[in-house]
Design a protein around this ligand. Structure first.
Ligand code: NDP
Length: 289
Protein backbone atom coordinates (compact mmCIF):
# COMPACT_ATOMS: atom_id res chain seq x y z
CA UNK A 1 0.00 0.00 0.00
CA UNK A 2 1.33 3.42 -0.96
CA UNK A 3 1.83 5.68 2.05
CA UNK A 4 2.87 8.68 0.07
CA UNK A 5 0.96 10.59 -2.52
CA UNK A 6 1.17 13.65 -4.75
CA UNK A 7 -1.83 15.95 -5.13
CA UNK A 8 -1.83 18.35 -8.07
CA UNK A 9 -4.58 20.99 -8.05
CA UNK A 10 -5.57 22.69 -4.82
CA UNK A 11 -9.05 24.06 -5.33
CA UNK A 12 -11.48 23.19 -2.52
CA UNK A 13 -11.47 19.54 -3.64
CA UNK A 14 -7.71 19.09 -3.93
CA UNK A 15 -7.18 20.84 -0.60
CA UNK A 16 -9.69 18.53 1.09
CA UNK A 17 -8.03 15.46 -0.47
CA UNK A 18 -4.55 16.52 0.61
CA UNK A 19 -5.88 17.19 4.12
CA UNK A 20 -7.50 13.74 4.23
CA UNK A 21 -4.16 12.12 3.32
CA UNK A 22 -2.37 14.13 6.00
CA UNK A 23 -5.05 13.03 8.50
CA UNK A 24 -4.19 9.40 7.66
CA UNK A 25 -0.46 9.93 8.08
CA UNK A 26 0.51 9.93 4.42
CA UNK A 27 3.51 11.86 3.16
CA UNK A 28 1.92 14.39 0.83
CA UNK A 29 3.61 16.32 -1.97
CA UNK A 30 1.68 19.19 -3.55
CA UNK A 31 1.75 21.33 -6.62
CA UNK A 32 -0.69 24.06 -7.58
CA UNK A 33 -0.55 26.83 -10.20
CA UNK A 34 -1.23 29.32 -7.41
CA UNK A 35 1.33 28.18 -4.84
CA UNK A 36 -0.21 30.08 -1.91
CA UNK A 37 -3.18 27.70 -1.85
CA UNK A 38 -0.79 25.12 -0.37
CA UNK A 39 0.10 27.27 2.67
CA UNK A 40 -2.24 25.68 5.24
CA UNK A 41 -1.31 22.17 4.09
CA UNK A 42 2.41 22.92 4.18
CA UNK A 43 1.91 24.19 7.73
CA UNK A 44 0.51 20.73 8.50
CA UNK A 45 3.57 18.97 7.06
CA UNK A 46 2.89 18.62 3.33
CA UNK A 47 5.78 19.31 0.93
CA UNK A 48 5.30 21.88 -1.82
CA UNK A 49 7.03 20.93 -5.06
CA UNK A 50 8.58 23.78 -7.03
CA UNK A 51 7.47 22.35 -10.38
CA UNK A 52 4.97 19.80 -11.71
CA UNK A 53 7.97 17.68 -12.69
CA UNK A 54 9.15 17.53 -9.07
CA UNK A 55 5.63 16.74 -7.90
CA UNK A 56 5.32 13.88 -10.37
CA UNK A 57 8.77 12.55 -9.53
CA UNK A 58 8.01 12.45 -5.80
CA UNK A 59 5.45 9.62 -5.84
CA UNK A 60 4.08 6.78 -7.94
CA UNK A 61 0.51 7.78 -7.04
CA UNK A 62 -0.49 11.22 -8.33
CA UNK A 63 -3.95 12.67 -7.74
CA UNK A 64 -5.08 15.35 -10.21
CA UNK A 65 -7.90 17.65 -9.10
CA UNK A 66 -8.10 20.35 -11.76
CA UNK A 67 -10.89 22.40 -13.30
CA UNK A 68 -10.88 20.20 -16.42
CA UNK A 69 -8.70 17.92 -18.52
CA UNK A 70 -7.21 20.73 -20.63
CA UNK A 71 -5.61 22.04 -17.43
CA UNK A 72 -3.83 18.68 -17.10
CA UNK A 73 -2.09 19.18 -20.45
CA UNK A 74 -0.93 22.61 -19.28
CA UNK A 75 0.43 21.14 -16.05
CA UNK A 76 2.23 18.29 -17.86
CA UNK A 77 3.86 20.60 -20.43
CA UNK A 78 7.61 20.35 -19.88
CA UNK A 79 7.13 17.56 -17.31
CA UNK A 80 6.26 14.80 -19.78
CA UNK A 81 9.30 12.68 -18.94
CA UNK A 82 8.27 12.48 -15.29
CA UNK A 83 4.98 10.74 -16.19
CA UNK A 84 6.66 7.38 -16.92
CA UNK A 85 5.92 4.87 -14.19
CA UNK A 86 3.35 7.11 -12.49
CA UNK A 87 -0.32 6.34 -11.86
CA UNK A 88 -2.26 9.52 -12.57
CA UNK A 89 -5.68 9.42 -10.91
CA UNK A 90 -7.57 12.17 -12.65
CA UNK A 91 -10.48 13.37 -10.51
CA UNK A 92 -11.14 16.44 -12.66
CA UNK A 93 -14.54 16.71 -14.31
CA UNK A 94 -14.74 16.44 -18.09
CA UNK A 95 -16.28 14.44 -20.91
CA UNK A 96 -15.78 10.69 -21.44
CA UNK A 97 -13.99 11.47 -24.73
CA UNK A 98 -11.54 13.81 -22.96
CA UNK A 99 -10.88 11.08 -20.38
CA UNK A 100 -10.17 8.52 -23.11
CA UNK A 101 -7.81 10.93 -24.92
CA UNK A 102 -5.99 11.69 -21.65
CA UNK A 103 -5.59 7.97 -20.93
CA UNK A 104 -4.04 7.49 -24.38
CA UNK A 105 -1.68 10.44 -23.84
CA UNK A 106 -0.56 9.30 -20.39
CA UNK A 107 0.02 5.78 -21.74
CA UNK A 108 2.14 7.24 -24.58
CA UNK A 109 4.27 8.89 -21.91
CA UNK A 110 4.71 5.57 -20.11
CA UNK A 111 2.28 6.28 -17.28
CA UNK A 112 -1.09 4.88 -16.23
CA UNK A 113 -4.29 6.94 -16.16
CA UNK A 114 -7.21 6.16 -13.89
CA UNK A 115 -10.33 8.26 -14.42
CA UNK A 116 -12.33 9.24 -11.37
CA UNK A 117 -15.58 11.04 -10.70
CA UNK A 118 -16.06 12.11 -7.09
CA UNK A 119 -19.62 12.18 -5.76
CA UNK A 120 -18.85 14.37 -2.77
CA UNK A 121 -18.43 18.05 -2.06
CA UNK A 122 -15.23 19.09 -0.26
CA UNK A 123 -16.65 18.65 3.28
CA UNK A 124 -17.42 14.99 2.49
CA UNK A 125 -13.88 14.16 1.37
CA UNK A 126 -12.37 11.60 3.76
CA UNK A 127 -15.82 10.32 4.73
CA UNK A 128 -16.52 6.56 4.68
CA UNK A 129 -20.02 7.22 3.30
CA UNK A 130 -19.06 9.10 0.14
CA UNK A 131 -18.33 7.42 -3.18
CA UNK A 132 -16.19 7.87 -6.29
CA UNK A 133 -16.49 6.24 -9.73
CA UNK A 134 -13.27 4.87 -11.22
CA UNK A 135 -12.42 3.37 -14.59
CA UNK A 136 -9.25 2.42 -16.40
CA UNK A 137 -6.72 -0.36 -15.82
CA UNK A 138 -8.09 -2.71 -13.17
CA UNK A 139 -4.61 -3.57 -11.91
CA UNK A 140 -3.84 0.09 -11.11
CA UNK A 141 -7.19 0.48 -9.34
CA UNK A 142 -6.61 -2.69 -7.29
CA UNK A 143 -3.05 -1.69 -6.42
CA UNK A 144 -4.04 1.76 -5.13
CA UNK A 145 -7.52 1.03 -3.86
CA UNK A 146 -6.64 1.54 -0.19
CA UNK A 147 -5.17 4.96 -0.97
CA UNK A 148 -8.18 5.88 -3.11
CA UNK A 149 -10.48 4.94 -0.22
CA UNK A 150 -8.90 7.77 1.77
CA UNK A 151 -10.59 10.24 -0.62
CA UNK A 152 -14.01 8.61 -0.31
CA UNK A 153 -14.58 5.44 1.69
CA UNK A 154 -16.60 3.91 -1.13
CA UNK A 155 -15.19 3.33 -4.61
CA UNK A 156 -17.19 2.14 -7.60
CA UNK A 157 -14.99 0.61 -10.30
CA UNK A 158 -16.91 0.71 -13.61
CA UNK A 159 -14.53 -1.04 -15.99
CA UNK A 160 -11.42 -0.74 -18.14
CA UNK A 161 -12.79 1.96 -20.49
CA UNK A 162 -11.38 5.27 -19.16
CA UNK A 163 -14.54 7.04 -20.33
CA UNK A 164 -16.90 5.09 -18.06
CA UNK A 165 -16.16 6.87 -14.78
CA UNK A 166 -16.49 10.22 -16.56
CA UNK A 167 -19.79 9.11 -18.09
CA UNK A 168 -21.18 8.01 -14.72
CA UNK A 169 -20.07 11.28 -13.17
CA UNK A 170 -21.65 13.32 -15.97
CA UNK A 171 -24.91 11.33 -15.61
CA UNK A 172 -24.99 12.45 -11.99
CA UNK A 173 -24.25 16.05 -12.97
CA UNK A 174 -27.06 16.01 -15.54
CA UNK A 175 -29.39 15.46 -12.60
CA UNK A 176 -27.55 17.45 -9.93
CA UNK A 177 -27.18 20.90 -11.53
CA UNK A 178 -30.78 21.31 -12.79
CA UNK A 179 -32.12 19.84 -9.53
CA UNK A 180 -30.22 22.46 -7.54
CA UNK A 181 -31.28 25.16 -10.00
CA UNK A 182 -34.89 24.16 -9.36
CA UNK A 183 -34.21 24.86 -5.68
CA UNK A 184 -32.67 28.27 -6.52
CA UNK A 185 -35.84 29.00 -8.54
CA UNK A 186 -38.00 28.08 -5.55
CA UNK A 187 -35.82 30.26 -3.30
CA UNK A 188 -36.24 33.23 -5.67
CA UNK A 189 -40.01 32.72 -5.73
CA UNK A 190 -40.17 32.29 -1.96
CA UNK A 191 -38.08 35.46 -1.50
CA UNK A 192 -40.61 37.44 -3.56
CA UNK A 193 -43.16 36.46 -0.91
CA UNK A 194 -41.01 37.14 2.16
CA UNK A 195 -39.92 33.53 2.76
CA UNK A 196 -36.25 32.57 3.20
CA UNK A 197 -34.26 29.68 1.75
CA UNK A 198 -34.30 28.10 5.23
CA UNK A 199 -38.08 28.51 5.48
CA UNK A 200 -38.65 26.33 2.44
CA UNK A 201 -35.64 23.99 2.89
CA UNK A 202 -37.55 21.27 4.83
CA UNK A 203 -40.26 21.09 2.16
CA UNK A 204 -37.76 21.02 -0.71
CA UNK A 205 -35.69 18.35 1.09
CA UNK A 206 -38.80 16.22 1.57
CA UNK A 207 -39.65 16.68 -2.10
CA UNK A 208 -36.15 15.56 -3.16
CA UNK A 209 -36.18 12.65 -0.68
CA UNK A 210 -39.35 11.35 -2.29
CA UNK A 211 -37.82 11.47 -5.80
CA UNK A 212 -36.35 7.98 -5.41
CA UNK A 213 -39.83 6.48 -5.52
CA UNK A 214 -40.60 8.33 -8.76
CA UNK A 215 -37.29 7.28 -10.33
CA UNK A 216 -37.86 3.60 -9.46
CA UNK A 217 -41.48 3.69 -10.64
CA UNK A 218 -40.71 5.33 -13.99
CA UNK A 219 -37.44 3.44 -14.64
CA UNK A 220 -39.20 0.07 -14.83
CA UNK A 221 -41.94 1.45 -17.07
CA UNK A 222 -39.55 3.36 -19.36
CA UNK A 223 -37.36 0.27 -19.89
CA UNK A 224 -40.52 -1.69 -20.75
CA UNK A 225 -41.46 1.01 -23.31
CA UNK A 226 -44.52 1.87 -21.24
CA UNK A 227 -45.44 5.57 -21.36
CA UNK A 228 -49.15 5.03 -20.66
CA UNK A 229 -51.08 7.97 -19.24
CA UNK A 230 -52.72 5.92 -16.50
CA UNK A 231 -50.94 7.72 -13.64
CA UNK A 232 -50.06 11.07 -15.16
CA UNK A 233 -50.79 12.70 -18.49
CA UNK A 234 -48.45 15.08 -20.30
CA UNK A 235 -51.38 17.45 -20.88
CA UNK A 236 -51.66 17.73 -17.08
CA UNK A 237 -47.91 18.45 -16.95
CA UNK A 238 -48.31 21.25 -19.53
CA UNK A 239 -51.09 22.85 -17.47
CA UNK A 240 -49.12 22.46 -14.23
CA UNK A 241 -45.92 23.93 -15.69
CA UNK A 242 -47.95 26.85 -17.06
CA UNK A 243 -49.08 27.51 -13.49
CA UNK A 244 -45.44 27.40 -12.37
CA UNK A 245 -44.37 29.87 -15.09
CA UNK A 246 -47.29 32.20 -14.35
CA UNK A 247 -46.75 32.09 -10.56
CA UNK A 248 -43.11 33.10 -11.09
CA UNK A 249 -44.02 35.78 -13.65
CA UNK A 250 -46.79 37.22 -11.43
CA UNK A 251 -44.23 37.42 -8.60
CA UNK A 252 -41.68 39.31 -10.74
CA UNK A 253 -39.28 36.34 -10.72
CA UNK A 254 -37.17 35.23 -13.70
CA UNK A 255 -38.98 32.53 -15.69
CA UNK A 256 -36.24 31.23 -18.03
CA UNK A 257 -35.76 27.89 -16.24
CA UNK A 258 -39.46 26.92 -15.81
CA UNK A 259 -40.13 28.09 -19.38
CA UNK A 260 -37.45 25.65 -20.61
CA UNK A 261 -39.31 22.82 -18.86
CA UNK A 262 -42.64 24.02 -20.24
CA UNK A 263 -41.11 24.17 -23.73
CA UNK A 264 -40.08 20.49 -23.49
CA UNK A 265 -43.60 19.57 -22.36
CA UNK A 266 -45.15 21.59 -25.23
CA UNK A 267 -42.92 19.80 -27.75
CA UNK A 268 -44.11 16.47 -26.34
CA UNK A 269 -47.73 17.52 -26.63
CA UNK A 270 -47.13 18.81 -30.18
CA UNK A 271 -45.65 15.40 -31.05
CA UNK A 272 -48.93 13.79 -30.02
CA UNK A 273 -48.02 12.56 -26.51
CA UNK A 274 -50.56 14.71 -24.62
CA UNK A 275 -52.58 11.72 -23.39
CA UNK A 276 -49.44 9.74 -22.48
CA UNK A 277 -47.22 10.04 -19.41
CA UNK A 278 -44.83 12.98 -19.28
CA UNK A 279 -42.06 10.34 -19.47
CA UNK A 280 -42.89 10.20 -23.21
CA UNK A 281 -40.85 13.42 -23.58
CA UNK A 282 -37.80 11.12 -23.37
CA UNK A 283 -38.63 9.93 -26.88
CA UNK A 284 -37.88 13.45 -28.17
CA UNK A 285 -34.64 13.69 -26.19
CA UNK A 286 -33.12 10.38 -27.28
CA UNK A 287 -30.48 10.10 -29.98
CA UNK A 288 -32.48 9.56 -33.14
CA UNK A 289 -31.70 6.38 -35.10
P1 NDP B 1 -11.62 24.72 -8.59
O1 NDP B 1 -12.07 25.29 -9.86
O2 NDP B 1 -11.80 25.53 -7.36
O3 NDP B 1 -10.07 24.31 -8.62
C1 NDP B 1 -9.54 24.01 -9.81
C2 NDP B 1 -8.05 23.73 -9.71
O4 NDP B 1 -7.60 23.69 -11.06
C3 NDP B 1 -7.23 24.79 -8.98
O5 NDP B 1 -6.15 24.16 -8.34
C4 NDP B 1 -6.72 25.65 -10.14
O6 NDP B 1 -5.49 26.29 -9.89
C5 NDP B 1 -6.50 24.58 -11.19
N1 NDP B 1 -6.47 25.11 -12.54
C6 NDP B 1 -7.48 25.67 -13.23
N2 NDP B 1 -7.06 26.00 -14.47
C7 NDP B 1 -5.75 25.63 -14.53
C8 NDP B 1 -4.77 25.70 -15.55
N3 NDP B 1 -5.05 26.20 -16.75
N4 NDP B 1 -3.55 25.21 -15.27
C9 NDP B 1 -3.26 24.69 -14.05
N5 NDP B 1 -4.14 24.59 -13.05
C10 NDP B 1 -5.38 25.06 -13.30
O7 NDP B 1 -12.34 23.31 -8.49
P2 NDP B 1 -12.67 22.33 -7.27
O8 NDP B 1 -11.50 22.12 -6.40
O9 NDP B 1 -13.96 22.72 -6.66
O10 NDP B 1 -12.94 21.04 -8.13
C11 NDP B 1 -11.90 20.32 -8.78
C12 NDP B 1 -12.55 19.31 -9.72
O11 NDP B 1 -13.40 18.46 -8.97
C13 NDP B 1 -13.42 19.96 -10.80
O12 NDP B 1 -13.25 19.27 -12.01
C14 NDP B 1 -14.84 19.80 -10.28
O13 NDP B 1 -15.79 19.73 -11.32
C15 NDP B 1 -14.73 18.48 -9.52
N6 NDP B 1 -15.68 18.36 -8.41
C16 NDP B 1 -15.92 19.42 -7.57
C17 NDP B 1 -16.80 19.30 -6.52
C18 NDP B 1 -17.07 20.45 -5.59
O14 NDP B 1 -18.07 20.37 -4.84
N7 NDP B 1 -16.25 21.48 -5.56
C19 NDP B 1 -17.52 18.02 -6.28
C20 NDP B 1 -17.14 16.95 -7.16
C21 NDP B 1 -16.27 17.13 -8.19
P3 NDP B 1 -5.45 27.76 -9.20
O15 NDP B 1 -5.59 27.51 -7.72
O16 NDP B 1 -4.13 28.28 -9.61
O17 NDP B 1 -6.60 28.55 -9.78
Amino acid sequence: MSQSVTVIGLGPMGQAMAAAYLDRGYEVTLWNRTASRADALVARGAKLAATPEQALSANELVILSLIDYDAMYGVLEGAEEAVAGRVLVNLSSDTPEKARAAARRVAELGGTHLTGGVLSPPPGIGSPDMSTFYSGPRAAYDQHRAALEVITGKTDYRGEDPGLAALMYQLNMVVFWPAMLSYWQAVALADAHGLTAADIAPYVSENFAGMGQFIDFYAARIDAGNHAGDVDRLSMGVASMEHVVHTNADSGVDTAFPRAVLDAFHRGADAGFGADSFSSVIKLMKKQP
